[in-house]
Design a protein around this ligand. Structure first.
Ligand code: PBG
Length: 336
């Protein structure tokens, strides 16, 4: 890289390329398109009409019917896909609802496929929405038993693939989960179903609104025994290396805003398809400030999503996917 020094002024004036929109666009380094945005959605068994989620204004728990409408809209907007989370009617210690052929996610996948056949349908593979104790795996005593959980996760992934999921995304942070899913999918005839691994998923305060939305808060303790310590970066690279070795097609960093350094490091180190998840608390935080008129919401959203792209993310999971895609369309027409 040629160093820029002040000695080059007045020959060098960086403002030259900033003076008009057309010039600014010409040298824009990061792009944001609808195809890179994935909308996480909640769908609840037995719901007649959508239910608002107080800590996530504008986000609802869908009925199967309203989810189908949302899917059609996502497809029309050219979104990268939906990431489906299910809320079952009944929970138990093993999370048996999670891999039922007629489970809520399995029904949702079929409904989305009918309503939006070309939209990518992704599913979250975890137990926390299905267990009565709210942990991401099956328990032995008061801790989550890793290897027993792997069998459950693998069965869930296969049932999602069977329902028609285009991609499965294990988020339980169990050791060996990607390998377990890959083996089970291959054995069941789904060698072509990709895995997006929540590779570096941190134990974060920013998941709380999600846990309200998904009714998945742990009944005791917390998730620090399986999710990562926010202080660690080297460990995120180890997690990612293992997931890639185990067969991850896409690796994910989560949350987004406080972990963009992790996104950058993962992308630079592995050059692998990299996703980032702007989580519920990040959404809630922005919504709260916007509701008070303290930030300009569309601009703030665009800035944050662009920062994620700049950090190296190829794919962004965001509750703002629809509104961001809509404003990208208008700004393209109106030429910022
Ligand atoms: C399930 C899961 C969680 C999120 C995504 N998958 C919750 C958790 O780990 O407690 C959080 C997403 C969000 O906050 O938007 N394991």
């Amino acid at each position: 890289m040629t160093p820029v020094t002040t000695a080059q002024f007045p020959k060098t004036r960086l403002r030259r390329l900033r003076q008009a929109p057309a010039l600014r666009r010409l040298v824009e380094e990061s792009s944001l398109t609808a195809a890179q945005l994935v909308l996480p959605v909640f769908v609840k068994e037995g719901l007649a009409r959508p239910e608002p989620i107080p800590s996530m204004p504008g986000v609802v728990r869908h009925s199967l019917k309203s989810l189908a409408v949302e899917a059609a809209r996502a497809q029309a907007l050219g979104l990268g896909g939906l990431l489906v989370f299910g809320l079952p009617r009944k929970k138990d210690a093993q999370g048996r609802g999670a891999d039922a052929a007629s489970g809520i996610v399995q029904q949702a996948v079929r409904a989305v496929k009918r309503a939006a056949p070309t939209l990518a349908v992704m599913t979250d593979v975890c137990l926390c929405e299905y267990t009565d104790h709210g942990h991401c795996g099956v328990l032995r005593g008061r801790s989550v038993a890793n290897d027993e959980t792997l069998e459950r996760l693998a069965a869930i992934a296969v049932s999602h693939a069977r329902a028609g999921a285009d991609l499965v995304a294990p988020s339980a942070m169990m050791d060996g989960q990607v390998r377990a899913l890959r083996r089970a999918l291959d054995a069941a005839g789904f060698a072509e179903t990709p895995i997006m691994a929540y590779a570096a998923k941190y134990a974060s305060a920013f998941y709380d609104p999600f846990r309200e939305a998904a009714c998945s808060a742990p009944a005791f303790g917390d998730r620090r025994g399986y999710q990562m310590n926010p202080a660690n970066l080297d460990e995120a690279l180890r997690e990612t290396a293992l997931d890639i070795e185990e067969g991850a097609d896409v690796v994910m960093v989560k949350p987004a805003l406080a972990y963009l350094d992790v996104v950058r490091a993962v992308k630079e180190r592995f050059h692998w398809p990299t996703a980032v998840y702007q989580v519920s608390g990040e959404y809630a935080m922005l919504k709260a400030a916007a509701a008070r008129g303290w930030v300009d919401e569309p601009r703030a959203v665009q800035e944050l999503l662009t920062a994620m792209r700049r950090a190296g993310a190829d794919i962004i999971m965001t509750y703002y996917a629809v509104t961001a895609a809509q404003s990208l369309m208008t700004s393209q027409r109106g030429r910022r």
